[in-house]
Write a protein that binds this ligand. Structure first.
Ligand code: ZN
Length: 287
């Protein structure tokens, strides 16, 4: 964890990488900032490498194995983790970081995706997350969702999601793991995120054409045989209501409305894991 302080007073902002040990585009961007000796103009910037134990296991021969050591770190962000006896390497790390994270005013958590996908920002469950994602402005697709049944993500932490707290967080899914495109997307989003704090006027909305989509259904695999009818990329828009997109054992999964957006289909969803999220795009705001 690296804490960089600027000469002028300002908020505490944080960029986190390596929540998943094999998603290293974010770590490259943070390491570049450190190498360049980046100092914020105002406030404090924390650059946090989250799951170093998992990253230490990274092997190009089996890159998927180093996602975590014992359990998915991005399902453990609640106050239970702070008080209960840590039963895993990831819980111990979350417990160590929670008091510090609770001092952060604005956070961007950097990820990438296993399957081919357009980049997107997950704004989490609150409108505060949407407004942060809008001011970052890239990538242009913002997805509002309330996370996974398996447990809260960092961006779901009460500190960030509770309407009475001013703190904001969102999560970048930069594109497919280990691609140059994901690295470039991460660089752009981090640059935009840092520039918000540098100016610290009224947060400027980006001019880019942004699309905000609300997750309406989270489809969890109930069997070990969840299969999609096609290799849909994340961000695919299914025009017609009732289109068959997947089968879960004998059950058919069909789109519930026209222009249904598929968010991060998981082509190897194990039982009880999220297989895909379905989202409805909000009408463009009148200017
Ligand atoms: Zn991830």
């Amino acid at each position: 964890m690296h804490r960089l302080s600027g000469p002028l007073p300002g908020p505490h902002v944080a960029v986190t990488a390596l929540m998943h040990g094999n998603e290293y585009a974010g770590a490259i961007v943070l390491a570049d900032l450190l190498r360049q000796g980046f100092v914020p103009r105002r406030g404090t910037l924390s650059l946090i490498f989250l799951n170093l134990s998992a990253f230490a296991r990274f092997s190009p021969q089996n890159p998927i194995m180093s996602r975590f050591v014992d359990e998915d770190m991005n399902r453990l962000w609640d106050t239970d983790s702070a008080t209960s006896v840590p039963r895993s390497s990831e819980r111990a790390r979350v417990r160590q970081l929670l008091p510090y994270i609770s001092t952060v005013d604005r956070l961007l958590d950097l990820h990438s995706m296993l399957w081919p996908a357009d980049p997107l920002i997950l704004a989490g469950p609150s409108e505060k997350g949407v407004s942060l994602a809008e001011s970052i402005g890239t990538p242009s697709l913002i997805v509002v969702d309330d996370g996974h049944r398996a447990g809260p993500r960092l961006i779901d932490l009460q500190h960030f999601s509770h309407p009475e707290s001013a703190a904001q967080a969102c999560l970048l899914e930069a594109g497919q793991h280990w691609t140059w495109a994901s690295l470039r997307t991460t660089q752009q989003s981090v640059r935009r995120f840092l520039s918000i704090s540098e100016t610290e006027k009224e947060i400027q909305k980006s001019d880019a054409l942004l699309k905000v989509a609300d997750v309406t259904h989270r489809i969890t695999a109930h069997t070990g045989h969840f299969t999609f009818t096609e290799l849909f990329p994340s961000g695919a828009l299914i025009p017609h209501r009732g289109t068959l997109i997947a089968r879960d054992g004998h059950d058919e999964i069909r789109t519930p409305y026209d222009n249904c957006l598929l968010v991060m289909p998981n082509f190897r969803a194990a039982r009880h894991h999220t297989a895909v999220r379905l989202a409805r795009i909000r009408p463009a705001k009148a200017v």
